[in-house]
Design a protein around this ligand. Sequence first.
Ligand code: FAD
Length: 286
Amino acid sequence: MRIKDIFKERTVFSFEVFPPKKTSSIDVIYKTLDEMKGLEPDFISVTFSAGGSGNGGFACDIASRIKEMGITPVIHLPCINNTKEEISATLDEIKERGIENILALRGDINPDIPPKTDFLHASDLITFIKTKGDFDIAGACYPEGHPDSDSLVDDIINLRKKVEAGADHLITQLFFDNEYFYDFREKAAIAGINVPIEAGIMPVVNKNQIERMVTTCGASLPKKFVKIMQKYEHNPEALRDAGIAYAVNQIVDLVANGVDGIHLYTMNNSYVARKISEAVLGIIRS
Ligand code: FAD
């Protein structure tokens, strides 16, 4: 099923998973997917490393597995380290496997890998994908602005180019303060971006995740969030439950404010995905 058609029917609820490292067994993620199967996500997306970890083959296999399970897969496709020929070959494989939905991405620029020049931005990739088949195409967006942009407004002007190139819908970077999302959504609407925008929510359920959040993703951490994390950082079970509760509160508020969809960064944790689904699915589908 094409994701754009699901948005026409209801508020979308989706999961994101990532492939294991090339040296690990793929069976671990298959077991996780089996555990997530009954949670009724509208789709599950699979990340694809732009940084040369070589897990692209895994990503296609995992997307195929999701399809076999009767759930719609979305495959992420970064382009910054690839030529047109390489992307074309991957698109052929995606098509052969019957995968209809792609999240088109530039990918992060790795200082150790000089970027290729065929695709400078996700919008270039989207234009190229459009010449290669009839795919449903998603794009990424950033409620607090992409780190490469001078301002949120500049980033939204560029986001409009992505939508004009053919992005059917958007998924946001994770955020912990819904006000950033509402401000971004309003600015995007003013800029004429009228495709559905799914809110990316990451439940923070362990200490490593908190540290990674602070150093890599650049999302603002509201006082309320920091207080909770500090209080429970030495109590893993309480931290996990508090992280789940925080994400549930964010989702309930977003749904009450008419969000188009919720994309859950599951971190391959089926327990967390289940707890959150149990708490919010009825609200999302009501
Ligand atoms: P772009 O849309 O190209 O934007 C990058 C920068 O260029 C921004 O500052 C933007 O304002 C500017 N820009 C965009 N278009 C233009 C234009 N036409 N002209 C001039 N400037 C422009 N990375 C992975 O490697 N693998 C994944 O699986 C993955 N999944 C992700 C999933 C989601 C939901 C999100 C939000 C991010 C994901 N990422 C992934 C990370 C992503 O690759 C990085 O954030 C990357 O730095 C930017 O990718 P992009 O597609 O948003 O780039």
